[in-house]
Structures are given as structure tokens and as C-alpha cells.
Design a protein around this ligand. Sequence first.
Ligand code: IVH
Length: 665
Amino acid sequence: MTPQEEINQLTDKLNNLNFQYYQNSISEVTDFEFDRLLVQLQDLENRHPNFVREDSPTHRVGGTISKEFESVTHKYPMLSLGNTYNAKDLADFDERVRKGLGGADYEYICELKFDGVALSMWYEKGTLSRGITRGDGVRGDDITANVKTIRTIPLNIQAKNMPIRFEVRGEGFMPLTTFDALNKEREDIGEQLLANPRNAASGTFKMQDSGVVAKRKMDCYIYQFLSDEEIFSTHEESLLRLKEMGFNVSQTWEKCKSMDEVLAFINQWDKKRFSLPLNTDGIVIKLNSFAQREILGFTAKSPRWAISYKYQSESVSTLLESVSYQVGRTGNITPVANLKPVLLAGTTVKRASIHNANEIIRLDLHVGDYVFVEKGGEIIPKITSVDFEKRTDKLDNIQFPTTCPECGTSLVRKDGEANHYCPNESGCPPQIKGKIEHFIQRKALNIDNIGTETIEMFYRKGLVKNPADLYDLKRENLFDLDGFKEKSIQNILMGVEKSKEIPFKQVLFGIGIRFVGATVAEKLAIYFNDIDNISKATLEELLQVPEIGGRIAQSVVEYFQKVENQEFIARLKAAGLQLTHNAVEIVMEGNTLAGKTFVISGTFQNFERDDLKMKIEANGGKVLSGISGKLNYLIAGSEAGPSKLEKAQKMNVSIISEDDFLKML
Ligand code: IVH
């Protein structure tokens, strides 16, 4: 078999397995086997980039960095929908439809109104060719690389008798579970929380690194088919066919023959919608027949054949009894509202998050106020406004504390940041315990068998005041503790020992530098290779790492400037943790670059930085992180660091382009 045939065969096989998995819930192979085939395909594609197919499943894992998204004109404008809020408005809509159709019979399809961002996917000869945002309805951004990471969007359609070109539209969304996990992770690293899943989805789809998008496991419900050829006569037919073709059509739609049936659909989903994997804010009522849709046509902004009905968001007014302040792992202070318990959407609400001091001012909150509380897709309900009608004259102002409620240290608030935080990293109890919890979590050092209560006890007994202390734990220390039996002691010590094999990127995440999440840690680990290079890196060098902005770079520099952190790292080193990145095993391609050294700066047309690094190493070359007199080449891409270029010139290092490099090969 030629490499091209092999690539074709693997691409088809993996796409088919994906279809079976998402469409029919059938796993024909194990996850392990699937990943093995994917790696095999990726390897073939690396060696024969000319044969990579547009519908290659390797695009699902992302990796494309888009500098700017191309603006694309929609073939059919992306309109919005008129809104209704009550049965009367709906009856008016129905009346307009009835009149417009001159008394003919008609049916509606009712769907849920998904709260995400509208996406348009173009297919050409059965292959997904573009994924575009709604934009202003006339033009949107081409975010194909990001759309391809959505596993429920087929990259290729096998169906017969489909037009050469067609388009599907749907709502791209971040599943609520992903949203909650992402916010938990952001809280953990001291990042501002994302306001809601819709904003999170819209921000994610506009990210430049599709690899990060892939990690967020976005999804999309398809609700529309468009093409120049008319192949369906009803919306119902199109939905059934789309589902059959492998699109993710939410199975919540229903055909309604009367307004009574529409109202029943609305009632049925009023509460049930909270069990869906995403937020919904209403329903959409669409005329079923395409011929009848044509008769009704459009207004300037929206179709006359469809309308949305918005649910009233359930909101209750309750007393704000007090505000308490929680201290997070990175010292972030979060105000929490203590409310008079009240029933909301089936659960009793006692607390609501207030995010930060600005929010107290924005809402004009006072202790003793009655406040409106609403539940969105988030776990914790939020205060939407003050019930001013119930405000009495004399209410206590909310004084944001000036000192830490846990350790009494003066709080700081950096310019431009909304959050106050306690700087007493090594002495503030919740910060210390939080750091240990962060360190042992699955994505970091993965030391299971140590739970929150054990950390609490270790801390109270003075056994562990810093994650590095875990590596000094001895059997005899643990034997003295209440409730610790031989088995649990063994498990803890074994977990600690095993953590010494955890890869560097996870260790780097685990050490808990403010703003350094798992993804950023991975990027730093790959770019700088080991902890010493990172600790020595200047602000400018850190800014060279893809996706690393000023705030993260500054935080990294500040972290390594502190003597106590240097000591902490030295202890981890002494304990034998992995503090060097073990790159994936490189498949050697040749020896053309043997003995030659390279530094990479900027971004490139044909390569991701990591791929370029791998290419150099696969051909016998070596990649260095800094410029010195011994260096042979600086490969400068677009936006290469000016100081690197200057230094290379001064030291007579050859500065070459990406093309020069390819010629060398
Ligand atoms: S149909 C001509 N169906 O609502 C409009 N839209 O206000 C065709 N949306 O931009 C849209 N769920 O982002 C349709 N089941 C659904 C929907 C839905 C959510 C969003 C969509 C659209 C906006 C219109």
C-alpha cells in the first residue's frame, strides 16, 4: 500500500468509528485501539503532509494556531428570531401565520432554544469545508480549525443523494459539566471566573489555538439544513435525515398540530429543560412545511414562519443577612452572600456568590437588603439585583475587609485586577491547605488516598505545611495519628512514591504558580524543557511562548524570584520528582542536521513550534532555548522576538527563515 492509500484507509476507518460511536453509541474498538490508530495516522501525516485529508480525524485534537480569522460572507444570511414572552404573543404569531397561509392547514415543529452561539458548517462533496460564526449575520469568522474539534460534527458525510454543496446550522455550546470544571480550574489558579456558559462558548470558539479548544470538549446541536437544491419538503424530514447522517440533533423536538400542543410543549419543558446538558432559555416554534415558509417569507431581521418563546427566569427575593469572605488557594478573597433560605427552582438556596468587590458596588448591595436570586447554568445561584422596593432607610454598608479574615495580613489589590488577595502565601491556613490539595489532585501529582480531611489533620499536627513535606512523611509519623491503619498508611506512602514518576508538565501545574493552569504548564514545559530554564526565563522569553500573555509571564517571574519558592523547588528536586520534560519519542528521519544547533522564534506557516522542534530533532539537530555564541541558527518566523534577533546579529548567528530551513532538509 502506498502512504497515500494508507492515510486514506486510516482516515475512513477512524471517521467511521467516530460515526458509530456518536451516532449509534457503538464502540467497535477500545479507546486504546482508537488512540493507537490515531497516532499511526498522525505519524503518516507528519511524514507525508501532502496527503493529509480535509476530513482527517487528527484535526479533532487541534493544534492549528490561527493568527486572524478570515471573514466570510454567509451564503444565506444568518437571521435572528422574534421573541415572545406569553401565550397572548404566541396566539398573535399563530394568527399571523393562519392569515398568511389563507386558511390552509399547517403544523409546527417545536424545539428548545439552546443558549450558545450560532455556527454554520459548509459541506462540499460530503466533506466539512468551513465552520463559520454568525458574526453580524451577513459576515462571520472562519473558525474551521476550532469547529473540527467538535466530535459530534461529522468531518465527512457518507449519505447518498446529497447536494454537492450544502450547509447545516446549529448552536455550538460548552456543556455545563465542562463549564463547571473549567471554572473550578480557574478558581484554583486564581483566574477570574467565566460569567456563564454562553460567554465561555463564544470565547472558546474565538481562541487561536485549536488545541486548547479541543480540550474543552465543545458540542453543537444542529437545527437547520440549507442548500440551493430543495431536497426536503418539511423541517421534520430534514431533522430526521440530519440525525441519520450523523449530526447531533437534540431529540427534544416535537411536531405540534395546534397552539394547545405548542403550549403543552412549553409547559412540559419548563422544568425538564434543567436536566439537559446545556442552558436553554426558551423554545423555538417553526412552521414545518418549507413551501408554506416560502409563502410567509421574512421581515428585514427575522423569518415570519418562526418565533421564539422565552421562559421567565425564575427569580425570588430574599434577605441578604450577611456577607462572608472565603480565601482561596492563591489567596483570592471571594465574598459570599448569606441569604435567608428560600426555595428556588426546586432547591433551597442559602448562599450566593458575589465574585468581587466591584460586584458589591455594581449591585449597590447592603446587608439587610432584599435581593433577587436567580439560577443559571452555574451550580451556585447569583444575585441579579436589589429589590429596591423593600429597602429600608438605614442599612449597613458592606465594608470589604482590609485584612485577611483567616490570618489578618493586609489584603492587596493589583492595578487593573478586580480581586483582592492575601499575600501571606506561606502562612495563611486556607492557602497552605489549598496548595496541598492542588498539588495532590489528579491532574497534578495524582496522589490519591489523601483526602481533604487527611490534609486537614496533617496540617493540624504540623506534619505537612508545604507539599514538599509529603516526601518527608515516615511510617512512624503516621502510626501516631488517630484512625490510621497499616493499609491506609501504606497507600499514602505508595501514592507519594508513585508521584515521583509523574511527568514534568503535571508537576509544574502542581507547584501552583498563580495563573498557570494545566494547559499553560504543558506549554511552558515543552518550550523550556526543564524547571531551571523556566526559573531563569526573563519576562521577554516567557512572552515568546505561544498563548502566554503578560499577566502569566509576570506571575511566573515573580514566583521564581521568591526565595521560599526556590527552596521549595530544591526540595522537590531532592525528593526525585520529574522536573525535566520527556519529549515524545522522536522517529528519526535523517541526520542532515547532525551537530547543528537551533533556536526558534516567532510563528510559522508550515509548523507549530513543537512540530518544528520535533522536525529538527528528527533530523539530528538540537534545539536550544537561548542565544549564545555557540548557536548555529536562529529560525525566525513572523513576529520573532526583536531582542533575540538583535542578540543573534551581535553574536554572528545565522538568522534563517522557515523556507531556508526547509531547503536545508
Ligand atoms: S433556528 C432564522 N433553532 O437563536 C433563525 N435557532 O435568535 C433560525 N437558537 O441565532 C434559527 N436554538 O443561535 C434556531 N432550536 C433553535 C435554536 C436557535 C437556539 C439561536 C440561534 C439563533 C438565535 C436566533
